[in-house]
Design a protein around this ligand. Structure first.
Ligand code: LCS
Length: 393
């Protein structure tokens, strides 16, 4: 078949047929174990001389379909679906680094990821070497932190919560030069807006909880990479520690992904309109959105993303107290963490998603106390603007 457009792959994009009943939508294989035809057949599957399923912690047909779809959408060779975005990150990091090793990461990342790196990996004597946002653009600064014990580079773009943009090709070139993998958390962009593996990244991670689900009802994670890397992460971590996705959730993710293109178009168009409106509002101090020409990473984002996504942040004049008033006054925007849902969500990083940082660490990462993060939904943009306008007044 001729190469399919992204929207078509999002709807189709699976080549395996595991069933014979001709369903349009594949069934959910809710089974923990699978029958063997004979003792020899079972032994053959274990040895790899026969094809077949054994046990859902190892693999499951419904989860396989999601993994195959994500490998197609991210242009990788294989994927692993995990129980959460955090377990995707933990599985990847712990399969690559051992006590005594280190890795280099931007300091502006999801607060849960930062805490995992800064506390839990440190406790295991795996050292994170963090870069402040301005230094994430400087090859020299990144390379200065790499030595013979550096096992991977890690970054998000756009970043949570300040929407910093990292030049994926620059980071990939450095990773390639030092023969270490570049892990890229593509949660904010989704595979519809950005494909890091095509730009040289080695491993893509998603908190599937967000845009891949799109409906705010499930938690999950995805790792996409080469066949060899995926086999390594499975063998070194996932199969033995068991942070796998349930077949039921995999089925819901397959359902959510079908509308990814439509949703990302609407999220992006709404966000751009709202960012432009906020930027000219007299009570707004600063807007963080890569779609604005004033954003430091605008040109890079325009090069590596199809549109600029549904996430933004802003600061209100009057600091933390004025920001609190906005969050307590909005009616349509929902005060909640998470992101990527149909509903517009608003939250305060310093006291919520990024309260895992100390005030000094937040300063280093460029996360101000007055910053408010908005996950723009797919409602009518004018209704969201009217709600914000009322709250800002
Ligand atoms: N990566 C990014 C960029 C995230 O934003 C999150 C969660 C994760 C990984 C972890 O994924 P999870 O285990 O939650 O599926 N971000 C959240 C946020 O900003 N608010 O609530 C969760």
């Amino acid at each position: 078949m001729k190469k399919l457009a992204k929207e078509t792959e999002i709807v189709h994009g699976i080549h395996t047929v595991h069933h014979t009943s001709m369903d349009l939508v594949p069934p959910i294989h809710m089974t923990s174990t699978f029958k063997f035809k004979s003792a020899d057949h079972g032994a053959g599957i274990f040895q790899g001389t026969e094809q077949g399923y054994v046990y859902t912690r190892i693999s499951n047909p419904t989860v396989d379909l999601l993994q195959e779809k994500m490998a197609v959408l991210e242009h990788g060779q294989a994927a692993i679906a995990t129980s959460s975005g955090m377990s995707a990150i933990a599985s990847t990091a712990l399969s690559l680094a051992k006590p005594g090793d280190n890795f280099v990461a931007c300091s502006t990342i999801y607060g849960g990821t930062f805490a995992f790196f800064n506390k839990h990996l440190r406790d295991l004597s795996i050292e994170p070497r963090f870069l402040a946002p301005a230094t994430c653009y400087a090859a020299q600064e990144i390379e200065k932190r790499i030595d013979s014990k550096t096992r991977f580079l890690y970054t998000e773009t756009p970043s949570n919560p300040t929407l910093d943009i990292v030049d994926i090709e620059l980071w990939a070139a450095i990773a390639g030069k030092h023969k270490i993998p570049l892990i890229l958390d593509n949660t904010f962009a989704s595979p519809y807006l950005q494909n890091p593996l095509l730009l040289g990244a080695d491993i893509v991670i998603h908190s599937a909880t967000k845009y891949l689900s799109g409906h705010g009802d499930i938690i999950g994670g995805i790792i996409v990479s080469s066949k060899d890397m995926i086999a390594h992460i499975k063998e070194a971590y996932v199969t033995h520690y068991g942070p796998i996705m349930s077949p039921f959730n995999a089925w819901l993710f397959l359902r959510g992904i079908k509308t990814l293109a439509l949703r990302m178009e609407k999220h992006s168009d709404n966000a751009l309109k709202i960012a432009q409106w906020l930027q000219q509002h007299p009570n707004i101090k600063r807007v963080y959105y890569p779609g604005l020409a004033s954003h430091q990473g605008h040109a890079t984002a325009a090069r590596q993303m199809k549109k600029f996504g549904g996430m933004m942040a802003f600061e209100v004049k009057g600091g933390v107290e004025a920001g609190k008033k906005v969050m307590n006054t909005v009616e349509l925007c929902t005060l909640a963490v998470s992101l990527g849902d149909c509903e517009t969500l608003i939250q305060h990083p310093a006291s919520m998603t990024h309260s895992t940082y100390t005030p000094e660490e937040r300063k280093h990462a460029g996360i101000t106390d007055g910053l408010i993060r908005l996950s723009v939904g797919i409602e009518n943009a004018d209704d969201i603007i009217a709600d914000l306008n009322n709250a800002l007044a």
